[in-house]
Write a protein that binds this ligand. Structure first.
Ligand code: AP5
Length: 229
């Protein structure tokens, strides 16, 4: 069911690694009928395909560091332009921006209505990511603790053997949380808060509970902005 608020059609999704951004983004994009751009997936696809961008990005991703600014901005610009060309009804952007410089670059491309932060503490992130498994063939994401496949580490959708992401090792997760999130993203979050664009959601709870909170918060904001939820 699409929400009828004209006020929240350009949404960026923020949060630490393992917050459930990808999990919630997929549901929310369907719910709001918005095109979804997942920065990490675009980068991983480029790595798999061995494109020049992928070859440059891989080492940074494996170390848990941000991919260089110019590369990721060019990728997002292209993805947003494609969406604009295909209908321009808005977007849900997962994983970009991640710092103030990227937010500034985004402002040069388009404006946003809401920055949706899924807030999850470090210990929960570590617990979730150590149990995350992914299907490299169809992209489906599982969790051995909370969303296990029906058969032992085999994808329910396509039968492929599940794998662990190479950046889900404890050392790399720690770096992604401490550097990417705690250092790079906090000034960005604060800046969105000051601009009145931030919507912060408690990300601890079941996938359905968190999704319910997100939808209610967006609807509440929409009603507050004089929209028609
Ligand atoms: P990216 O893929 O974006 O990684 P991330 O932001 O660290 O986020 P994750 O994909 O790890 O987690 P998520 O929040 O989507 O959680 P998920 O839904 O999977 O980026 C990877 C790398 O690319 C970066 O390190 C960087 O190098 C590079 N990069 C990306 N964007 C960049 C940018 N803008 N600039 C520069 N470089 C960039 O959930 C996690 C697990 O928890 C799953 O197993 C899931 O099943 C489970 N789960 C989800 N929700 C719940 C719940 N409510 N309860 C219990 N379990 C849950």
């Amino acid at each position: 069911m699409a929400m009828g608020c004209a006020g929240a059609k350009r949404i960026v999704l923020l949060g630490p690694p393992g917050a459930g951004k990808g999990t919630q983004a997929e549901r929310l994009a369907r719910h709001l009928d918005l095109p979804l751009i997942v920065t990490g997936d675009l980068l991983r696809a480029a790595v798999r395909e061995g494109t020049p961008l992928g070859r440059q990005a891989k080492a940074y991703m494996d170390r848990g560091e941000l991919v260089p600014h110019e590369l990721v901005v060019a990728l997002i610009r292209e993805a947003l332009q494609k969406i604009e060309v295909e209908g321009g009804k808005g977007f849900l952007l997962d994983g970009f921006p991640r710092n103030l410089a990227q937010a500034q670059a985004l402002e040069g491309i388009t404006s946003i209505d809401v920055a949706l932060l899924i807030d999850v503490p470090r210990e929960e992130v570590v617990r979730r990511l150590s149990a995350r498994r992914v299907c490299e063939r169809c992209g489906r994401v599982y969790n051995l603790l909370t969303q296990p496949p029906q058969r032992d580490e085999i994808c329910d959708a396509c039968g492929e053997k599940l794998t662990q992401r190479s950046d889900d090792t404890p050392e790399v997760v720690a770096k992604r949380f401490d550097v990417q999130y705690n250092q790079e993203a906090q000034p960005l979050i604060e800046s969105y808060r000051q601009k009145g664009l931030l919507l912060s959601i408690d990300g601890v709870g079941s996938v359905e509970e968190v999704f319910g909170r997100i939808v209610r918060a967006l609807e509440g904001r929409c009603a507050g902005a004089g929209g028609s939820p």
